[in-house]
Design a protein around this ligand. Structure first.
Ligand code: SF4
Ligand code: SF4
Length: 125
């Protein structure tokens, strides 16, 4: 089951609230839609406020913190679907599924673009 995301219009308008920590890196707009996108799963714990995934993401503000308003200061990480380049660095796995880097809790799924758009609608870019 996929988590709820803000409407794409809010990402385009820049009105999605992105709390710290956020990913740091390139600010160059991606040239095309990626073949796969990172999607945070329900089992994201937020790593108790110190998300292990964010430092791996090479795109500015692609991964960001969202406070759980029912249970602050707990929260989770989310991914901006208009910024993700599908690089898998947040969720890299070695041979036989051995953990190398990225999310240690298997809470990030790389979703094919067609499946993502079937669930959330067609990305504007
Ligand atoms: S996606 Fe994984 S590494 Fe990132 S905050 Fe959630 S549980 Fe932690
Ligand atoms: S796939 Fe790459 S760009 Fe997308 S959230 Fe993960 S690290 Fe960031």
């Amino acid at each position: 089951m996929y988590i709820a995301l803000p409407p794409f219009e809010e990402f385009v308008a820049g009105t999605v609230v992105k709390e710290e920590p956020t990913s740091e890196g390139t600010t160059t707009k991606r040239k095309r839609k990626p073949h796969i996108l990172a999607l945070i799963q329900e089992n994201c714990t937020g790593c108790a406020g110190s998300p292990a995934c964010v430092d791996y993401c090479p795109v500015e503000d692609c991964m960001y913190w969202v406070t759980d308003t029912d249970n602050p200061p707990f929260g989770r990480i989310e991914v901006d679907p208009l910024l993700c380049i599908g690089c898998k660095l947040c969720t890299s796995k070695g041979p036989d599924g051995a953990f190398l880097e990225g999310c240690p809790w298997d809470a990030i799924e790389m979703v094919p673009l067609a499946d993502f758009e079937a669930a959330y609608g067609v990305l504007p870019y």
